[in-house]
Design a protein around this ligand. Structure first.
Ligand SMILES: Cc1ncc(COP(=O)(O)O)c(C=O)c1O
Length: 413
């Protein structure tokens, strides 16, 4: 159970037993802290491995609960780390892996964050949550709220893909379509929270979504260990992460820090690579310009809805991770990321989301540029299922066969 909530920018401390959003002093994100010294003996890799919990809550000691039974869980986390077969487009990479987050409930890594956030909100008596979403967060919020018996108010841009809208409506979320961008939806959420007392679940404005997402970092260290029983956990050399609000990136970096304090790993760290869409790449631009904050990206547009975040409250935290990890920031065009989906899906046998296609193309381009050594241990994050993005891949006219014609297979080579 967390013992502190501290602003990631000004260091102001906030009471842990009260509902919190952004820092009341400087409006920046709050980060949870734990008394890691006190849990060191009862929270070890061996103990974690021996737990019969089939979800991210096997790491409950560093999540916002007193006991795993109190978690609002649908079985999130514990996703596979798959090795990419060394052939075709993967030929040059000898240690390429994909962490396939499509295995999560509601088909994306958003499940991890929502499980943690809804768990904490429920414990503090919240009855109604609200959030803006143009994609996967909507589905995750809908189903975790349903599971917790809470009302969920969703504000979605009216051009949100049908799969996300339908999923939310079927799951019982009160869904409102807004004639604007995600930032306009966010403003309505803020007004609604002030007026009606809903709790704001917006990414990084709520302190525990990041805690859920940090479990990707914990899991990776177990996934990469030489042997299943090894007490020596390991991290990859490089992590490619499709970045919108940056919750996962910041969360994993936090996890590595916690694991070092727990004595699970040393001071080695992967190089972190932020991957954004060309026409919505505020963090890439700020990184290239050597800035510590990012400007709002004008006219942001990309088919990868998870990457359509023109301004992120955690910008300074992401830029810090890039600097500390000696990482890189890469932009990928929409055409390239869609090609990446096809290439990766056909080569690896998993239907990746456009964000997953983007990280694959980014890895290719950094290998070509010589920044990435293809023999390094490289992990790509496929953050969600391609199934929610079917609208991006029209099949065109497929050949029709008349099964009553005995010669109908003749034309097939
Ligand atoms: C599939 C997918 N990938 C990546 C992201 C970006 O995640 P983050 O906010 O952690 O940067 C999102 C966010 O919506 C997403 O849905």
């Amino acid at each position: 159970m967390h013992s502190t909530l501290t602003c990631g920018a000004c260091g102001h401390k906030h009471p842990v037993e009260q509902l919190q959003n952004l820092c009341t002093t400087c409006s920046k994100p709050l980060l949870a802290g734990y008394d890691l010294e006190a849990i060191r003996d009862r929270f070890t890799p061996e103990i974690v491995r021996s737990r019969r919990i089939r979800s991210m809550w096997k790491f409950w000691d560093v999540l916002p609960v007193d006991s795993p039974e109190n978690a609002v869980s649908l079985g999130e986390g514990e996703t596979p780390l798959l090795r990419c077969k060394r052939r075709g487009v993967f030929e040059r990479f000898s240690n390429l892996f994909v962490k396939d987050e499509a295995f999560n409930p509601t088909g994306s890594f958003k499940a991890r964050g929502m499980s943690a956030a809804v768990t904490r909100a429920k414990a503090l008596g919240v009855e109604t949550v609200a959030l803006p979403s143009a994609g996967n967060a909507a589905g995750a919020a809908t189903y975790y709220s349903a599971s917790a018996g809470m009302r969920c108010n969703l504000f979605m841009p009216e051009d949100t893909p049908p799969a996300n809208i339908i999923e939310s409506v079927v799951g019982g979320a009160h869904t409102y379509l807004v004639n604007g961008l995600i930032s306009d939806c966010g403003k309505l959420v803020k007004q609604g929270c002030d007026r009606f007392g809903w709790f704001d679940l917006s990414t990084l404005k709520e302190p525990f979504r990041i805690e859920g997402k940090k479990t990707m970092g914990y899991e990776l260290a177990f996934d990469m260990a030489d042997e299943a029983s090894s007490t020596k956990l390991q991290l990859p050399d490089v992590i490619f992460y499709p970045t919108g609000g940056g919750t996962g990136l910041i969360g994993m970096w936090k996890a590595f820090d916690e694991m070092q304090k727990l004595g699970w790993i040393g001071d080695e760290r992967p190089r972190m690579v932020v991957v954004q869409a060309e026409n919505c790449s505020p963090i890439v631009k700020a990184f290239e310009d050597g800035e510590s904050h990012a400007e709002l990206f004008p006219n942001a547009a990309t088919v990868a809805s998870g990457l359509r975040v023109p301004a992120a409250v955690g910008d300074f935290l992401m830029l810090n991770v890039l600097k500390e990890s000696h990482g890189a920031a890469v932009r990928v065009s929409d055409d390239d990321l869609l090609e990446g989906v096809r290439e990766f899906s056909q080569q690896q046998g998993i239907y990746v989301c456009p964000e997953g296609g983007a990280v694959w193309k980014a890895a290719q381009s950094l290998a070509e540029a010589g920044w990435l050594n293809p023999d390094e241990k490289i992990v790509l994050f496929n953050t969600g299922s391609g199934l929610k993005y079917n609208h991006l891949f029209p099949t065109g006219d497929l050949p029709r066969l008349d099964h009553t014609d005995p010669n109908c297979l003749d034309a097939i080579a």
